[in-house]
Design a protein around this ligand. Structure first.
Ligand SMILES: [Zn+2]
Ligand SMILES: [Zn+2]
Length: 89
């Protein structure tokens, strides 16, 4: 006999975008916060902003999200959408 909570666990999916474990029944259009592009390591596209690592800069200061320019790898996502499971097409 299966516990109700076990069924809940079985239903849970891992979002392939943000890697969060979520309940498909509770999925919403703003449930998933993510960056639409990758965290890259190069100059900004405008070529205006050069990065020079200063002694007390974090090692990733020359990197940023290609979508929004956020320079913190832990910056909250700039886009929201439904979570997407690995089972989804
Ligand atoms: Zn972004
Ligand atoms: Zn997600």
């Amino acid at each position: 006999m299966m516990e109700c909570s076990e069924q809940d666990q079985k239903r849970k999916r891992v979002c392939r975008r943000c890697k969060a474990i979520y309940d498909p029944l509770a999925n919403a259009s703003d449930a998933c916060r993510y960056h639409s592009s990758l965290f890259v390591s190069r100059r900004h596209d405008d070529q205006q902003r050069y990065y020079e690592l200063k002694p007390d800069d974090p090692p990733y200061s020359a990197k940023f999200y290609d979508c929004c320019g956020a320079e913190d790898p832990y910056a909250p996502g700039c886009s929201t959408c439904f979570h997407v499971s690995y089972d989804d097409p």
